[in-house]
Design a protein around this ligand. Structure first.
Ligand SMILES: NC(=O)c1ccc[n+]([C@@H]2O[C@H](COP(=O)([O-])OP(=O)(O)OC[C@H]3O[C@@H](n4cnc5c(N)ncnc54)[C@H](O)[C@@H]3O)[C@@H](O)[C@H]2O)c1
Length: 374
């Protein structure tokens, strides 16, 4: 067949904003579609088992060569490929570098890009800025969880850590819950809670309260979103939670073992978390190597020791597909641990690509008129 030339669409961050990357209502719907497909198994992620979070460059503690990147807090380079079926039928990959030192250079900690590729030919369809794409899809997951796992009477949210990711989580949870009475805010840096409240008041109407302690923020909360960053980890015990509460963890938190053992635990995709476990075991430092960045580290340790059983764990895809229902009573305290799936980026990237085409956004860039070697 005569080749007609090949081009792809480049979408900058302003293009992504115009395409609606922060439209959390739509993003929650897209994530719901994606989880339904995940529940049916109509996806492939990386690795021989098709369930890998991605391929990471594990930077050495003591590089043998000058200039070689050295291990550091939140420092990594990651590539996350995936295929998603159903109405998406497309492949793609997010790739990003993360280094806390970036902040000193006036850059975000992580800088993310995403490419969308035709599932049949592999040809690139788009390359897009993905910082906001990633934040939105990450935030939408607790939103889907809130819709499916909240108690019947849920009406209050607690936001623990008032940063970028929780902006998206809170908007999505409000969407997933449908009705909101009160939003309790807690951050170790009170100024961040104050500006967070100002931002959220523009997004949805609710009563807001900035709390002086974690306990105060959790006391009346039905859905809790923890997305903190840094050395001081949040420590939450079951006694701090209201009966029926749904605790969502995006990032890391210190939880006593009983939080994982007393009620069933939901994760975004258990098979992916098992992949973390396998990868960790292959590293020279063993499972310690995943401690800093795997949200499910504590849970995986309990599982590996045989204390936490597989039938206590459900994947959100199975919940959305209707094959698992972790909430047995309105008083159950449920936990959701989120690691982040490459198929989330593919789903949201695909919908934004179509929006960009519809609105005529971005720049078309040529790869070739005719391939030089063919
Ligand atoms: N699962 C995923 O797919 C995914 C994707 C992106 C980011 N994340 C994680 O989300 C988390 C939040 O990221 P971010 O970009 O919003 O960070 P951020 O720095 O913008 O915000 C974090 C906030 O947490 C506050 N904080 C820190 N420790 C606290 C504590 N103990 N109690 C209360 N508040 C505390 C900080 O003051 C800050 O305001 C990170 O752990 C990040 O790794 C997860």
């Amino acid at each position: 067949m005569e080749n007609e030339g090949l081009q792809f669409l480049y979408l900058s961050e302003p293009d992504m904003l115009e395409a609606g990357v922060l439209d959390m209502k739509q993003c929650v719907r897209t994530m719901e579609d994606m989880f339904l497909l995940a529940g049916k198994g109509d996806y492939i992620m990386g690795g021989p088992k098709g369930n890998s979070h991605g391929i990471m460059l594990w930077y050495p503690e003591n590089p043998a060569f000058e200039g070689m990147p050295k291990a550091g807090p939140d420092r990594r380079y990651m590539v996350m490929p995936a295929y998603l079926g159903g109405r998406f039928h497309v492949t793609g990959q997010k790739w990003y570098g993360s280094n806390v030192e970036n902040i000193k250079k006036g850059m975000p900690r992580s800088i993310l890009m995403f490419s969308l590729n035709d599932a049949d030919t592999g040809a690139p369809m788009a390359i897009m800025s993905a910082n906001l794409l990633s934040a939105a899809r990450t935030g939408a997951v607790p939103g889907v969880a809130a819709k499916y796992l909240k108690s019947a009477s849920a009406e209050n949210i607690a936001v623990i850590g008032c940063g970028v990711i929780n902006h998206a989580c809170t908007m999505a949870i409000a969407e997933g819950m449908g009705r909101i009475n009160k939003v309790y805010l807690y951050d170790i840096n009170k100024d961040r809670a104050i500006s967070f409240q100002q931002d959220m008041e523009k997004e949805f109407i609710a009563e807001y309260e900035i709390c002086d302690s974690l306990e105060e923020a959790l006391r009346y909360a039905d859905v809790i979103s923890v997305a903190t960053a840094g050395k001081v980890k949040v420590h939450i015990t079951p006694e701090m939670l209201k009966p029926g509460a749904l605790l969502t963890i995006t990032g890391t938190a210190e939880l006593p073992d009983e939080m994982y053992l007393k009620n069933r635990v939901a994760v975004d995709n258990w098979q992916m978390h098992l992949d973390y476990l396998e990868e960790g075991k292959m590293h020279e430092k063993g499972l310690e190597s995943i401690k800093d960045w795997a949200s499910s580290y504590d849970m995986l340790m309990l599982y590996d020791k045989g204390i936490l059983k597989e039938d206590n764990i459900v994947s959100l895809g199975d919940v959305v597909a209707g094959t698992a229902a972790p909430r047995k009573s309105d008083d159950d305290k449920l936990l959701l641990v989120v690691g982040g799936l490459p198929i989330e980026d593919v789903a949201w990237g695909y919908d934004l690509y179509n929006k960009a085409l519809e609105k005529g956004l971005g720049q078309k860039l040529k790869i070739w008129d005719k391939p030089h070697w063919h």
